[in-house]
Design a protein around this ligand. Structure first.
Ligand SMILES: Cc1ncc(COP(=O)(O)O)c(C=O)c1O
Length: 424
């Protein structure tokens, strides 16, 4: 599509956008009385206006019924998970039984690794991307050590090719093949948090299985951002946070997926807690653990109801908008963002876009590294009402999300960035 770099053009794109009004369903920061441009949905999504009412419903249940709130009131708590999972199926590409909402991302990564990383003396390696999110790296290191292996030997990182930022699928598959006799687990992110690169989850999973390993994914930057088909792709497990694209609040309750064929895999060890026990037995207070027949069997503790309520509020907006529609708009937004960034980056190149240009290899985040005075350029954005993200040493990440960002905001941002870069 041939774009134009003009406010009128961007506004015309907004008027043709059937999802444009969804932005009114979210609170946004205001600076000097003006709605700020919030490109940080990849960090903390904005608050749905319905979230407070959903949380208040739980508070009222608590006030009015005490512990009986589990069974009484408008939204009894006991089966609340079952209100969440159907809303997630489309977003994650999963069956209801394969989903559980629990804990936080790093905790879930550990819990799932307890099940899916069961190394032997000969098959003990984890293959992952170089520069995975630090919390994941710490999780990998501690899991490897827990089993008596040395991280330097057991963790195999796939690096970008010399002089580039991106990791090719070819290199990932070749690395799996090279370690096919010793790899126990292949664990990648769905989207790299720094570059915004989407990894080919299906091919990585196939290669891991062919090598006799499990395949798991950290979908922090993918869930609610790109189209996922975890069930069809045969992914063994995945986990994600809900505070980014899924707008469920700071420290939101997180999500996890276990493929249906693993739910009855009795070889998998699993840490147990009473909330994973079948609900028929859960309150009998006996010592027999009968795992729930779904991924909920990985849950251990009483669900934090206020967090679940905020999560539900956001998922209901996703359901109303339709996830496929959101993905279509997201592609259009990032396509326009690429256009305006390339437009202002000439005749002299002032920055380099490090996110893949191919729309199938990115979500809505675009990262670019600034050649000169990078931090000063970044620091000028916020006073002008632009919320973007800074990553050392010189990278700015912007994520226009389809639920609450507009084409006009992309244009305004690019015009301002052009001025700042020219003055820098
Ligand atoms: C890719 C990735 N993994 C893990 C984490 C850590 O998540 P949590 O603090 O919810 O455990 C984050 C947080 O932003 C992340 O982006």
């Amino acid at each position: 599509m041939q774009h134009e770099f003009s406010l009128a053009y961007a506004q015309a794109l907004d008027s043709n956008d059937p999802l444009h009004s969804y932005r009114e369903q979210f609170y946004a920061p205001y600076l000097q009385g003006k709605r700020a441009i919030y490109f940080l949905g990849n960090s903390l999504g904005l608050q749905p206006k319905t979230a407070q009412d959903e949380v208040m419903t739980i508070m009222e249940g608590w006030a009015n019924f005490g512990v009986e709130g589990f069974f009484l009131g408008k939204d009894p708590w006991l089966n609340y998970q079952q209100k969440i999972t159907p809303l997630l199926c489309d977003i994650i590409g999963a069956k209801k039984e394969e989903l559980v909402t629990m804990n936080h991302l790093t905790v879930n990564l550990h819990l799932l690794m307890i099940s899916f990383y069961q190394p032997t003396a000969t098959r003990y390696k984890i293959i992952c991307e170089a520069k995975a999110f630090p919390s994941d790296q710490y999780a990998f290191q501690s899991q490897v050590k827990l089993h008596g292996f040395a991280p330097a030997d057991a963790i195999i990182e796939v690096h970008p090719k010399e002089g580039t930022e991106l990791i090719t699928t070819e290199d990932i598959l070749a690395t799996i093949e090279a370690h096919k006799d010793s790899v126990a687990l292949v664990l990648f992110s769905g989207i790299n948090y720094y570059t915004g690169q989407v990894f080919d989850i299906k091919s990585i999973t196939q290669a891991a299985h062919k090598a006799g390993a499990y395949a798991g994914f950290d979908l922090a930057h993918a869930a609610g951002n790109i189209k996922l088909q975890l069930h069809d792709w045969q992914v063994d497990f995945a986990c994600w946070c809900n505070y980014k694209y899924l707008n469920s609040g700071p420290g939101a309750i997180a999500g996890a997926f276990v493929h249906e064929r693993q739910l009855s895999n009795n070889v998998l060890p699993r840490l147990q807690g009473w909330w994973g026990n079948d609900v028929a037995n859960r309150f009998k207070m006996g010592n027999a653990f009968t795992p729930t027949a779904t991924a909920e069997s990985w849950a251990m503790s009483t669900s934090p109801m206020m967090l679940l309520a905020a999560h539900k509020a956001s998922l209901e907006i996703f359901a109303a908008a339709g996830f496929d529609n959101l993905v279509t708009k997201s592609k259009a937004l990032s396509d326009y963002l690429f256009f305006v960034l390339n437009h202002i980056n000439q005749p002299v190149e002032k920055f380099k876009i490090i996110t893949p240009i191919n729309p199938d290899e990115r979500g809505c985040q675009v990262s670019f590294s600034i050649h000169q005075n990078a931090k000063a350029v970044f620091d000028t954005l916020l006073p002008f009402g632009i919320f973007a993200d800074w990553r050392e040493p010189n990278v700015i990440r912007v994520a226009p999300v389809p639920l609450y960002n507009s084409f006009e905001e992309i244009y305004i941002f690019a015009e301002l960035l052009q001025q700042i870069l020219n003055a820098a």
